[in-house]
Write a protein that binds this ligand. Structure first.
Ligand SMILES: Cc1ncc(COP(=O)(O)O)c(C=O)c1O
Length: 482
């Protein structure tokens, strides 16, 4: 593609700045493969002239994307699309043999992939046999979910989360992405483009899905313990909803203190803001007890708890749930009734049988043991290095490793050449400079694969300068006797 053919269209009447629009369209072109790794972008001055905007706007957009790890500047060589293992390039005609197959020995530490063991579970198969044997299923499944699964979810939350939930307050969803679309559709019945406040860094899929569904995403910078109520008090424009990951900030891994949770609820109640609590992996605590869910704390604010079977079972199922309350809950149910359910009845039935037969809690216990073992391996291999900061290890299926040098995007690219996929922390940042680091998902690897991956990473990140300084300087004198 020649440079002049870049498919960019800017709207001067949009509430989003020209730089934000340009950055977002370039990002979309990179993610969709229209712009390939190592593609050189037009010079800022030329692109500005072609688009009829000032050069400063182009520079701001390029800087934003460089901060996110999508672009790299090569000085006089121009600005290029970064090589990122997490973005699959379109196979270019004539570049790859037609029968090229994906590397089967790739060790994939992409976060969000849980242990694959439930599918080998006898109880899982028996749950599916029971679901398949159910007679008379010739109608559409109910829009809010089958009563069996809504009850099973309520029972599961009582045991695993200490949440007292009425099955009537549960809506079965096609996972968190579907749940977020539903929430945006509900908010749009009152505001054409609802504003949703999200954590930065945060879950990129949530930002993408809610934007595609018609929301306007506003970000707030957070550290690993998430949103602070003092930040909310300083907001000039009140959003319609706020999406938080209080139990395990995604991806940095801390948790929101109870005082902050109460502060969030108070602020949300005062301003009529809907709280969306993404409770994606709270069943996997390794060291500290989980704190009470925001949805279980007292307060007048409407809170929606988003749960998923993607982490405690598998993303392959595409199934999750919402726990709703208050006026927003009624409106969410009405919207789901209007839109209908995307979740197959037989799937709901199989999951309900699996939960009620005790399969899910046994699987979680097994998986928790596996994850905590791999977490120890990670701490053992990387935890003692003074140049690395390991975090997000209290729970969940991923860890974060931060370091000053070398550049994490380069480390990820080199690791990929060696058969290891890791995701740079920059991928999770939206509107602020990213920290240098990697997110390491350890849910789906074997211990052996993880050990191999950690050896590769430890060597790519290099020994700390202090250790190099301690190493003896090679000399041509014979070594002294021991
Ligand atoms: C922060 C966060 N929330 C939720 C999910 C689950 O999303 P879904 O249920 O759409 O698979 C993930 C999966 O990786 C996640 O990282």
């Amino acid at each position: 593609m020649s440079e002049a053919e870049l498919p960019i269209q800017l709207d001067r009447n949009s509430p989003n700045s020209l730089a934000a629009q340009l950055a977002s369209q370039l990002r979309a072109n990179i993610l969709s493969g229209v712009l390939q790794a190592e593609h050189t972008l037009p010079a800022t001055r030329r692109l500005a002239t072609e688009l009829g905007i000032s050069r400063g706007v182009v520079v701001r957009a390029f800087e934003q994307l460089s901060g996110e790890g999508f672009l790299v500047s090569n000085g006089a060589g121009g600005t290029q699309v970064a090589v990122r293992p997490d973005i699959h390039s379109r196979p270019l005609v004539g570049r790859e043999p037609a029968n090229a197959s994906p590397r089967i020995d790739l060790i994939d530490l992409t976060p969000g992939r849980p242990s694959g063991s439930p599918f080998q579970d006898r109880q899982w198969r028996s749950a599916w046999r029971l679901a398949a044997a159910e007679q008379g299923k010739v109608h559409l499944p109910p829009a809010l979910g089958t009563s069996a699964l809504r009850e099973a979810v309520a029972d599961h939350l009582a045991v695993s989360r200490g949440l007292a939930v009425d099955a009537d307050d549960v809506i079965i969803t096609g996972g968190t992405s579907d749940a977020l679309q539903l929430v945006v559709a509900m908010l749009r019945t009152r505001a054409p483009q609802p504003r949703i406040l999200v954590e930065d860094p945060g879950y990129p899929t949530a930002r993408r899905v809610m934007t595609a569904a018609g929301a306007h995403i506003v970000t707030v910078p957070v550290d690993e313990n998430g949103l602070k109520s003092s930040q909310l008090a300083g907001l000039k424009d009140i959003p319609d909803a706020v999406l938080v990951t209080p139990s395990h900030q995604y991806p940095l891994g801390g948790r929101m203190a109870v005082q902050e949770r109460l502060g969030l609820l108070k602020w949300a109640d005062q301003h009529g803001v809907l709280v969306l609590e993404d409770d994606y992996d709270s069943e996997f605590r390794h060291s500290r007890m989980p704190l009470p869910a925001v949805a279980s704390l007292p307060g007048g604010a409407d809170v929606v708890l988003l749960g998923t079977f993607s982490k405690n079972l598998s993303p392959w199922l595409r199934c999750g749930y919402l726990v709703v309350r208050g006026d927003a809950g009624q409106r969410l149910k009405a919207t789901r009734e209007a839109l209908d359910t995307p979740v197959a009845g037989i799937l709901q039935s199989a999951i309900a049988h699996y939960i009620q037969g005790g399969g899910l809690s046994r699987h979680i216990t097994r998986a928790r043991r596996e994850y905590s073992h791999r977490r120890s391996l990670l701490m053992d291999r990387l935890g003692s290095r003074s140049d690395l900061a390991l975090s997000a290890l209290d729970g969940g299926l991923h860890a974060v490793v931060r370091f000053d040098h070398p550049d994490a995007t380069d480390v990820a690219a080199k690791a990929f050449e060696l058969g290891l996929r890791v995701i740079p922390l920059a991928t999770y940042y939206a509107d602020r400079p990213a920290e240098n680091g990697l997110v390491l998902g350890y849910g789906a690897t074997s211990d052996l694969q993880l050990a191999k991956a950690l050896t590769i990473l430890a060597s790519l990140i290099g020994p700390p300068m202090s250790e190099i300084a301690r190493q003896p300087i090679p000399s041509d004198q014979p070594a002294p006797p021991a």
